[in-house]
Structure formats: C-alpha cells, structure tokens
Write a protein that binds this ligand. Structure first.
Ligand code: XMP
Length: 537
C-alpha cells in the first residue's frame, strides 16, 4: 500500500479545484440517468449497465445537492447499494426531495432501504440476511419485471431488509426469507429492489434495469460511442473556446485517445508533448510520432530527453528513489516545453474512472494515488479536460477504435509511468536498458504470434541484478538473468500468472538466450497478486 501510494508518475498533475466543468453538463440532447453512489462496490457496474443499454450515465456522490441534480436534467435516478445501515448514526442520506416524484427513482439494496425509511416504511436488521444466489418470487410483472418469469434466481448481498413498505407502495416480489424483495409506488415512480440487477449473477438483471430506463423513465436508447465522442467534442470546443491546450502523450491508449478526441474538437489549438525519456519499449517512440505527427498531422513537440533521464538515474538503485527522480525530471521537462508554447490554459488527460475511484473520492476509500489525479505544481495553472473520467479501459479502447487509432495502440498493454526503469532492477544504464528492451520485445512478439496479447493483462521482461553460470558451446558463461512476467487480470488490482503453454515458454527461453547476447538464464514468475505485485519494483 505504501509502495503504491508513493508512486511517482511521469504525467503532470493538477488538483481537483482546477478542474473544468464536467463536459456532460453542456449537452442535454442525450437522455441521462444519474447513479447516486452510497459507497457501493457496484456503482460503476450500474453506470456501465446503463451505458450498455445506450443511455448516458453519470455517477455522483449521494449528497449531491438536489438542485444540482435537477440542473443535469436526468430522466431517472438510480440509488446504489452501500455498506451502511439506515439506522446507523452518520449513515449516508440523500436529499429527501429525491423521493418526492420529481424524477423516477430506482433504489438498489441500501438505496431501496433508504427509500423505504425516508417515506415511512420499516426496515430491520433483525430479519434473515441473504447472500449469493437466492430464489425470487415475482407477484407483479406490470413494469419493472415485464417480460420476465414469475420464478427467478437473483443475487443478494444484504444484512438489513425492508419489512414493511411505505404507504402507497405495492410489493412486487419476495424471497423465502424476505417479504419485500421489490416494491413500487407507481404514482411517484419510485421503485426499489433488494437484489443486485447489475451483477452478472443476476443474469436477467439488465432486463429490470432496461424496464426502468425505457418504460418508467422513458429514456431513448441513443447513447453510443459515436454520440459520446460527438458530445465530448462539442464540450471540449465549448470549454476551450479560442484558448490553447496541451496533452502529454505517453504512448498508451488513454492519453492517445484523449489527444485524438481533443484534436478533433480544437485542431491546431492542441499541441501534444511527447517526452522520450529513453525508458519506453521497443519501437514505441517511433510509433507515437508516426501516428500523431504523420498520420493525424497533429502538432507534436517531440522532446528527446534520453540523456537527461539516464544522467539523472545514474547511481540510483532504490525503487522509490527511481520513481521520484523520474517524476521530478518529467515535470521539469514538461514545464520547460509548455512555457515555450506561450499561453496555455488547458491540459487534456486520459484519466479513467478506476484512476478516479482508486485515488479516493468522498464515498470511496483511497486504494492508490494515480498519477493523473493528484496535484500539479502550483506554477502550472492549467484547467483539466478529462473526457474519460466516467469510462473503463475497454470503453476507452472502443473510443480509440472509433477515432481510427492504429490497432497496435488500441490494444497496448498498461505500462507504468516510470517505464523500463522499474523493470531494470538495480542500476539503470543504457546497456542494461537495451538488454531489458530486447528481451521484452521477444516476449511481446511471441505472445502476439500465439494470439495471446489480448487475452492477458500484461506480458513483459524484467532484468535482474543477478548473474548466473551457464554453458554455451562447451564454454562457461556468466551472464544476466531475465524474468518473464505474464499476468491475467480484470483491472490490475489483483492478478494471476498466466498458464502459458510449455512450448511457448520454451521458445521464449530459447529466443531470449540466443538473440540477446549477455542473457544466459530465463525464469518465469509464477506469483499472483497478492502477495506479489505485477511489477517487480
Ligand atoms: P502493481 O505493480 O502495483 O501494478 O501490481 C498494477 C498496475 O499498475 C501499473 N503500474 C503503474 N502505472 N504508474 C502507472 O501509471 C506507475 O508508477 C505504475 N506502477 C505500476 C502496472 O504496470 C500494473 O498494470
């Protein structure tokens, strides 16, 4: 945790106070549903299911002022679950006007309990808790359960439950232990479900959400990646006006897609800055330059800072010190380049939803400080433009595909800000970087040939500060050791080592020892995360 939280990044950072208004607020032509987050593990999943139903979704904290919510003109509200009990002191409560019928609302789990509590129903912690697969008996299939069977299997995860619905509410469904598993007040358009329709373990749950979105809220299924891009382009144009913006390109898909989107909006008012610190993978600098300068014809400042970074890293072996040195150097180079461009007011970043949520919000605990969600040095007075703050990585990959970024870039694996410096254990030198980069290129090449690049989360080589004895052509060798690390993961928070075919592992060892002079031993990392992390430093 400490290690992760103290990560230094390569990208410049700014504080939340400098953030531009959310672009979505400027366009209301696409129907929007707001997910109010009560500290749920699944809030982002709810928002995602709404988007998959082609309706725009925004996640906002539970205590967002009522007028602010109305100002966004939502067609519906979904109240998420959460770990609290409505009777606890300090339990999260939203403005009670939310339940007054101004806007249709669907409460899920805690959201339903709060709805019941606020409208005069009774919830209790004394009933039987339900976790996991649970039988559901549906007695009313008029709207929320339209088109579904009367007997279903749902996914439950609750301690408290509603024992008596508020006046004016009908019970729609029950379970063996829970007399109010779903309820509705049709006059007020208030609905509640105790189960979780957003999880895959409730396979028909999307139908319930869509019944709410289309039939209750009257949402039109208009949100598509193409409409998202259109909306964001309009919002960026509106925000930047006649001003100037910059974007730091790292070579990864998030910043690349953010740059391509911003360029579509403001053309040459955007300048991309690509700092080549000499710590990238094989062929990466050339590809970034080729894509952005030559194919997209975007103004691109290419800064060759390889010597500068190598000089700064000389003699450093401690991982955190490496990260700090690289982060500081990056900010210094970036500042110098930004100053050369004259007056720049906006900084475009490819921040994703997991970056935001893991860095901590008012309702979610901090997991780690992501480089792009921290604070910029005070002298950098940029306003942030972050079009992907609500999206997940695979959604950004879809945006990138729509913007015609090359496949190679769209499907690029995550790569740490400090680059190969944290995959060359011990001192970083030009020679050792070459060894790591060459071995890494073979790993990528073999995984690609085997058709596995899109199936694994990351695949790379790590150079150890360890020599070992070998024998080549009857002679003794004493050479470097490389570890191959290939992991599967959903989000990088947990990971498992990839069970690669023996023949592939064999080819990796053969090629690396044959093609990279000086490497005499190859090991395969079979540790999951936890207890290890994905990277070695
Ligand atoms: P770990 O090593 O903690 O990494 O399991 C989880 C994911 O984060 C990436 N990573 C970083 N990304 N700056 C980044 O932007 C960093 O300093 C950094 N360190 C690790 C790592 O590659 C993996 O995908």
């Amino acid at each position: 945790m400490t290690r992760v939280a103290s990560r230094q990044s390569l990208a410049p950072q700014v504080g939340h106070e400098a953030r531009t208004p959310r672009p979505d607020a400027h366009s209301s032509d696409v129907d929007t549903v707001i997910v109010l987050d009560f500290g749920a593990q699944y809030a982002q999943l709810i928002a995602r299911r709404v988007r998959e139903s082609k309706v725009r979704s925004l996640i906002l904290p539970y205590d967002t002022p009522f007028n602010e919510l109305l100002g966004l003109r939502p067609k519906g509200l979904i109240l998420s679950g959460g770990p609290a009990s409505v009777y606890e002191s300090g339990a999260p409560r939203c403005d009670p006007r939310i339940f007054s019928g101004h806007v249709p609302a669907l409460g899920i789990c805690y959201g339903m309990q709060l709805m019941a509590h606020e409208l005069g129903g009774r919830t209790s912690a004394a009933g039987q808790r339900e976790y996991g697969r649970t039988r559901l008996f549906v007695d009313d299939r008029a709207d929320l359960f339209a088109g579904l069977e009367a007997r279903l299997m749902c996914w439950m995860s609750h301690g408290d439950s509603v024992v008596a619905p508020p006046e004016g509410f009908a019970v729609l469904a029950r379970t063996d232990h829970n007399p109010v598993a779903a309820m509705a007040n049709r006059r007020l358009q208030q609905f509640g479900v105790q189960f979780h329709p957003e999880v895959t373990h409730t396979p028909w749950g999307t139908q319930v959400l869509q019944n709410f979105l289309y039939n209750v809220c009257g949402c039109r299924p208009q949100w598509t990646m193409a409409s998202f891009i259109e909306t964001q382009v309009a919002a960026i144009r509106h925000t930047v006006g006649a001003g100037r913006a910059i974007c730091a390109l790292s070579g990864g898909v998030d910043s690349a897609a953010a740059a391509a989107l911003a360029h579509r909006a403001i053309g040459d008012q955007l300048t991309c800055i690509f700092v080549d610190h000499g710590l990238l993978r094989q062929g990466e600098p050339e590809q970034v330059i080729q894509t952005f300068r030559d194919s997209f014809q975007m103004p691109l400042a290419h800064v060759d800072a390889r010597d500068r970074f190598l000089g700064r890293l000389a003699g450093i072996v401690e991982p955190e010190e490496k990260r700090r040195a690289i982060g500081e150097e990056f900010i210094a180079v970036f500042n110098e380049e930004a100053r050369k461009l004259g007056r720049v007011e906006f900084l475009v970043q490819g921040t994703l939803y997991p970056d935001v949520i893991e860095s901590g919000t008012r309702t979610a605990a901090r997991i780690k400080t992501h480089h792009n969600v921290g604070g910029l040095p005070a002298q950098m007075q940029f306003r942030l433009i972050e079009p992907f703050r609500e999206l997940f990585k695979d959604e950004v990959r879809e945006v990138a595909r729509h913007l015609d970024l090359p496949d190679e870039m769209v499907w690029r694996h995550p790569f740490p800000g400090p680059g190969l410096a944290i995959r060359v254990l011990g001192e970083v030198s030009a020679d050792r970087l070459t060894l790591a980069r060459s071995a890494d290129a073979i790993v990528v090449d073999e995984l690609r040939t085997a058709g596995l690049m899109r199936k694994v989360w990351q695949a790379f080589a790590v150079l150890l500060p360890v020599n070992s004895v070998g024998v080549m052509g009857d002679a003794r060798t004493y050479g470097h050791t490389v570890v191959v690390r290939v992991v599967t993961s959903e989000d990088g928070m947990t990971a498992d080592w990839a069970r690669l075919p023996d023949e592939l592992l064999e080819r990796l060892a053969n090629r690396i020892t044959r093609e990279v002079p000086g490497i005499t031993r190859v090991a395969y990392d079979i540790t999951s995360k936890p207890p290890a992390t994905i990277e070695w430093e």
